[in-house]
Design a protein around this ligand. Sequence first.
Ligand SMILES: NC(=O)c1ccc[n+]([C@@H]2O[C@H](COP(=O)([O-])OP(=O)(O)OC[C@H]3O[C@@H](n4cnc5c(N)ncnc54)[C@H](OP(=O)(O)O)[C@@H]3O)[C@@H](O)[C@H]2O)c1
Length: 313
Amino acid sequence: MKRELPDQLMFIVNRRAIQKTTDASMQGKVCVVTGCTSGVGFEALRRLARGGAQLVMVCRNRQKAEAIREQTASRYGVRIDIVTADFRDLGAVRAAAGVLLDGCPRIDLLINSVGLHSTTHTTTAAGLETVFCVNHLAPFLLTHLLLDRMKRSAPSRIIQVNSEGHRFGSIDLDDLDWKRRRYTGLRSYGASKTAQLLSVWEFADRLEGTGVTINAMHPGDVRTNIGNNNGPLYRLFKRTVVWPMLKDPVISGEALYFLAAAPELAGVSGRFFHLTIEEKPAAHALDRELGRRVWELSLALTGLAPAAFSPGP
Ligand SMILES: NC(=O)c1ccc[n+]([C@@H]2O[C@H](COP(=O)([O-])OP(=O)(O)OC[C@H]3O[C@@H](n4cnc5c(N)ncnc54)[C@H](OP(=O)(O)O)[C@@H]3O)[C@@H](O)[C@H]2O)c1
């Protein structure tokens, strides 16, 4: 008899599972994709273009984005616009949301694929821990600012590119800037992804009945540029040791397309998917009391609500 693994280990099975696909069209859908100049987001952009979507790239490097636009728009015959914002700067994210709202009468899909893994502790100009800001706060802010437009465009979908890395650890709201604990890249990555996951359940509750769904996904273990900011030794280790175990990020693009377009996912919200297979997240990412505190803190730190919490000592 085949033994089932416990929920917490199902990612081992799911990473080898046959994934779902869809041929549903995205023709006429306006899709905003962040972090699409590389890796997972880039593959999602290409797959959406193949599906006929009208695209808006949100990225920090205009030159890189223009080269991608040129290739992708002509290959698939779709319109692609570019909006720039560095996600270390919440002011820039607000400005980008303004440009999006001015330029897009409707938004049918938002994919937040922007992401970072940093082995060194750094802070943004505003004093926020960088990984937390880029992976959680900035996409949280952008998502909020686009919500009304997405409600008016309903049915619409939001997909947060999260990670099995949320299992690396929970978030300590009293030590967001790692003054009391030893910072490691994996712990800060885990904390940022946990914050994002907890916020997905909060968003989903608030969006119930609006026709806007929100889900999170792990995009597979794939060959991308993530971590390349961590210096030559890291890059050498990644290329020689980790790279051979990773897959082509085309699978991430295909999975995101499924989550964006599959008719069977209409109305499905507040779930975590390993690529296309629903999975139970780590227990700490299901702690709704912690989620409510993350929500309030994120509202305060992004200026969406008056400060109710301080970011830590
Ligand atoms: N690769 C994996 O195996 C894996 C596994 C689990 C989860 N993920 C998640 O997948 C998502 C995409 O990562 P990836 O693997 O595709 O990595 P990637 O190739 O490094 O892509 C990251 C994207 O985010 C953008 N970005 C990074 N910092 C930014 C900033 N400050 N402002 C604006 N944009 C910024 C990058 O822009 P530039 O091109 O300008 O650098 C790039 O477009 C992340 O959320 C990551 O956590 C990846």
